[in-house]
Design a protein around this ligand. Structure first.
Ligand code: MN
Ligand code: MN
Length: 313
């Protein structure tokens, strides 16, 4: 029997371990199919900080989630052995050092046949993850859900920040640009070409206004058809959601996706050969209700439910 989350009928939900969904904790990925890993970092962010507290609050809110997905039939814990492998010991005084620490941590995780589920943390953490992913899998397909394209060249002269991730990933050949989908983009820019330059590299972009009031099921199905069985990484920036749904984030943009759209999209991505996921930019100090972290925890759970090898009932 794979690891199971502690049931709320065996131990009250407000007690017990502070792991994701109160799964068993273990230090490395030995024997695991899925490893949840916290990356408590906010020194890559450009506006409001606070995502260093993201993993802690996402885990706390995840205690509410039950193992079976009654809407899709997914039973992830029937077939996948999952655990929480704790937090990466980043250096909060050095972003450059932290990114190296994250990369080597992922290199070690990926020695095992495990799917890492990162809990951020600001979006800068995705670059070192993609470096480790590409070392193992070659250039990966990418589903990037975000209000922002994160393709700046530099910020204050720094080439590695939460706003430069996907330009670096493109330049370094970590991703297949023709198999990149950026979904939910919107807001204001520094130049008229902020988005379109990346479209010229091959990125497939879906701006939020073009998705307003629409189901995202068809888009998800289109992405699955286009990516096929290539190794695919999914990075989910919580600010893709409208601030009405997810105010607890550092760089909110109005006119975003709805929570039902997020769920439609993820559920329609079932069938992808997902090799890793992250959920980034939850900043608890900006949402005392905890709803943003609750939503983030559920997005991670929905992603877990579409991983290869999940049993459906
Ligand atoms: Mn982002
Ligand atoms: Mn963003």
């Amino acid at each position: 029997m794979p690891n199971q989350p502690i049931s709320g009928n065996d131990l009250a939900r407000f007690s017990g371990p502070q792991s994701f969904m109160r799964l068993p904790e273990q230090a490395d990925a030995t024997g695991l199919d899925v490893a949840f890993v916290g990356i408590p970092m906010d020194i890559g962010t450009s506006w409001r900080s606070g995502t260093r507290f993201g993993p802690k609050q996402v885990r706390q809110e995840s205690a509410m989630i039950r193992p079976y997905n009654l809407q899709t039939g997914a039973a992830p814990f029937d077939s996948l052995n999952c655990a929480d492998t704790g937090d990466i010991a980043i250096n909060t005084f050095s972003l450059a050092d932290s990114l190296k620490i994250i990369e080597s941590h992922y290199d070690a995780l990926l020695q095992h046949p495990v799917i890492p589920m990162g809990i951020g943390g600001d979006h800068a953490l995705t670059l070192p993850i993609l470096r480790a992913m590409a070392r193992k899998h070659g250039p990966v397909a990418l589903v990037h859900v975000d209000a922002h394209a994160d393709v700046n060249d530099e910020m204050f002269g720094m080439r590695e920040t939460h706003g430069t991730v996907f330009r670096r990933a493109y330049e370094e050949g970590l991703i297949n640009p023709y198999k990149v989908w950026q979904i939910g983009l919107r807001g204001t820019g520094y130049s008229a070409e902020d988005f379109t330059e990346a479209a010229g590299w091959g990125f497939n972009q879906r701006l939020a206004p073009d998705l307003w009031h629409k189901s995202l099921t068809g888009l998800g199905q289109e992405i699955v058809a286009q990516i096929g069985d290539r190794p695919c990484y999914i990075t989910y920036d919580i600010d893709s959601l409208d601030p009405a749904y997810a105010p607890g984030t550092g760089t909110p943009e109005i006119g975003g996706l709805t929570t039902p759209q997020a769920m439609e999209l993820i559920r329609a991505l079932r069938g992808l050969n997902v090799v890793g996921c992250d959920l980034v930019e939850v900043s608890p100090p900006y949402d005392p209700s905890g709803n943003t972290a609750l939503t983030g925890a559920n997005i991670l759970y929905e992603l877990l439910c579409i991983l290869p090898g999940v049993t459906y009932r």
